[in-house]
Ligand binder design. Structure first.
Ligand SMILES: C[S@@+](CC[C@H](N)C(=O)[O-])C[C@H]1O[C@@H](n2cnc3c(N)ncnc32)[C@H](O)[C@@H]1O
Length: 339
């Protein structure tokens, strides 16, 4: 039985989730910008559903954020990560709530998407904020090479791993004409990226605000254990139907497989044996260029260029230079040396 509940996330988490048991929370709370459509009917139940989506009145957004984020902190394991998607209007409330906890900030990501809100008298808004924070006290999961190996380069020679980990993501929304969707449904590409970097198969991934169940669906398809809440009966029933149609682990074969890392020892402490190998490579033959020599050390030790250069500097090691070409006339020996 999936651990997905048609309940308010704060009450539901208290009822169903023990302290420190969730590896990753990836969630997208209502944005609190329904304003005039919300009016006074709001009481966190179906009386205030806008198209299968329960909103939060702007005036209550601060308190709402502190409440659910407090519960998120409780259920997160030490070292666990949380990603919160937020628009800019109520971002300050979400940040204030986060700053009032013990969590620490890892990245402030920007997700740039297509189909921004059309405007004529101001700039077009086409981004969301994604706040990436972690809970202290345990080992965090961050799978640096889950999508691109350390030596994979793009057309202009730039590192694909570096580009993939830049803090501005350009990811298009999925547009499926005619398909019933929850407001603000997150794209597969975005969710699979965050889940790949910050969890492993078998980990528990929680979404406090399931909406169209996209996080739960991608988590299930990636072999993670989804858990979550959706307060709207309408949205819950629609989402559950889609969730049940996905097989556990069915997306694993769709994920990009990174090339094998060459820098397998990057970041590890140096051993004396490695220092000896490096000195031997650098000094035993003349190298045409310093780059060639360092490249050979990197290859032999499975380390990166900066690591090798730093260690060389620390040890005062230099690269054996090519023999100088003799200056002046060169006498060519034409007789056979019989000694
Ligand atoms: C921005 S949407 C989530 C969209 C979702 N990420 C997706 O990709 O489909 C927010 C959802 O939170 C739900 N919601 C609002 N208040 C809630 C609460 N207190 N507990 C649980 N769900 C809530 C809304 O009904 C809405 O479906």
């Amino acid at each position: 039985m999936p651990r997905l509940y048609n309940e308010d996330c704060v009450e539901g988490a208290r009822r169903h989730i023990a302290d420190g048991t969730v590896d990753l929370i990836l969630t997208d709370p209502p944005y609190g910008i329904g304003g005039d459509k919300l009016d006074k009917h709001y009481n966190r139940d179906e009386s205030f559903v806008v198209g299968g989506y329960v909103e939060v009145p702007e005036g209550e957004y601060g308190e709402f954020s502190r409440e659910w984020i407090g519960e998120a902190v409780r259920i997160l394991r030490p070292g666990g990560s949380i990603y919160i998607v937020s628009g800019y209007t109520n971002l300050h409330h979400v940040l204030n709530a986060l700053h009032s906890t013990d969590l620490y900030e890892v990245n402030h990501l920007i997700w740039k998407y297509n189909f921004g809100v059309h405007t004529t008298k101001k700039y077009v808004s086409s981004h969301y904020h994604i706040l990436f924070w972690q809970k202290p006290g345990g080992a965090p999961t961050f799978n640096t090479y889950c999508r691109y190996g350390d030596s994979e380069t793009g057309q202009n020679g730039s590192s694909l791993n570096y580009l993939d980990r830049e803090d501005v993501f350009v990811i298009n929304r999925e547009y499926q004409p005619g398909e019933a969707k929850n407001k603000n449904e997150l794209p597969w590409e975005l969710l699979s990226k965050l889940i790949s970097y910050s969890s492993n198969p078998g980990d528990t991934v929680c979404d406090m605000f399931l909406g169209g169940f996209s996080t739960a669906i991608v988590a299930k398809g990636m072999g993670r254990e989804p858990i979550g809440f959706e307060i709207s009966k309408n949205a819950f029933d629609m989402g559950m139907e889609r969730f049940l149609a996905v097989e556990e682990g069915e997306f694993l074969g769709r994920l990009r497989v990174p090339a094998k890392n060459r820098r397998v020892n990057g970041g590890k402490p140096w051993t004396d044996e490695e220092r000896g190998i490096m000195a031997a490579i650098l000094g035993t033959r003349p190298w045409e260029t310093k780059k060639d020599a360092i490249g050979a050390v990197c290859e032999a030790l499975g380390r990166g260029k900066w690591g090798v250069e730093n260690e060389m500097k620390r040890l005062g090691l230099a690269v054996a230079k090519p023999l100088e070409a003799p200056s002046g006339p060169v006498s060519v020996q034409t007789t056979l040396d019989t000694r």
